[in-house]
Design a protein around this ligand. Structure first.
Ligand SMILES: [Zn+2]
Ligand SMILES: [Zn+2]
Ligand SMILES: [Zn+2]
Ligand SMILES: [Zn+2]
Length: 255
């Protein structure tokens, strides 16, 4: 979902106090991001002449309301510890506000009603840049260039014992159900011999002993594929960081 970027332009004096104190004067453009990051740009190159990233405190004073194009004086201050950035306009400057959001790798089209926005992957989420509809991604998931037959969203590929390909939207197709179909009762508890069930807490699946609460044995499911069995009877996973027993504390399996 878009938030607001505030842009200030005009002749300004920029003062940076801190490790490398300096004062500059000239026609500049100042960006104040939604996270309060302040960037002061002049005519040259890509690098700001002064900046403070995600300051502890930031404030803007203007003699205009700044909701649309407006003219007036402005003073911007930002501070983190003993680093302090001040930008003060001389006479009238221009103040504008723009919508701004996260930019990510495009992975498909939004399927929300009346939205034709683009879905973009940003970190651990896929979100529509227009309506803000958001889908969490399981750790290690790959977004595929292929749509779900039912809803049109992209499919994702996730390694959880085997490689599953499911809809991005878990309410359309549940990865946890697929994992349950495949691995419920597939292995025995190494402590009491009961079946290991697939259980889900906070949306995350794990192996939990059927004997619970008498037996509290439980294992999270590594992001990897099963490549064999450990001497302890549990599966061995091939993960991005190497092979390991489902039981991360098991020392029967040593490569
Ligand atoms: Zn949308
Ligand atoms: Zn779907
Ligand atoms: Zn058990
Ligand atoms: Zn083991």
């Amino acid at each position: 979902m878009a938030s607001e970027l505030r842009l200030f332009a005009g002749a300004c004096t920029t003062t940076f106090e801190g490790t490398r104190s300096r004062t500059q004067h000239g026609y500049v453009v100042v960006l104040v991001k939604p996270d309060d990051t302040v960037l002061v740009h002049d005519a040259d190159g890509y690098q700001p002449v002064a900046w403070l990233t995600r300051p502890d405190e930031a404030s803007v004073e203007t003699t205009c309301d700044g909701t649309d194009t407006a003219h007036g004086g402005f003073t911007i201050t930002a501070q983190t510890g003993d680093q302090r950035l001040t930008v003060e306009s001389h006479g009238e400057g221009t103040v504008r506000t723009f919508p701004i959001g996260e930019a990510g790798v495009p992975v498909g089209e939004c399927v929300a009603t009346d939205c034709e926005g683009t879905l973009a992957r940003t970190g651990g989420d896929v979100a529509c840049v227009d309506c803000g509809e958001r889908y969490g991604l399981p750790a290690g998931a790959t977004v595929l260039d292929r749509q779900c037959d039912d809803c049109g969203l992209p499919q994702i590929r996730v390694d959880r014992g085997e490689t599953f390909e499911v809809c991005l939207d878990y309410t359309c197709e549940s990865l946890n159900d697929r994992i349950r179909e495949r691995y419920d009762r597939a292995f025995d508890c190494p402590d009491c011999g009961s079946d290991l069930r697939i259980r889900v807490t906070d949306g995350r699946p794990f192996f939990g002993c059927e004997g619970y609460p008498d037996c509290e044995t439980a294992f999270s499911i590594p992001a990897g594929v099963v490549v064999g069995l450990c001497d302890c009877g549990l599966p061995v996973f091939e993960t991005a960081t190497g092979r390991r027993c489902l039981d991360g504390t098991c020392d029967s399996y040593l490569e």
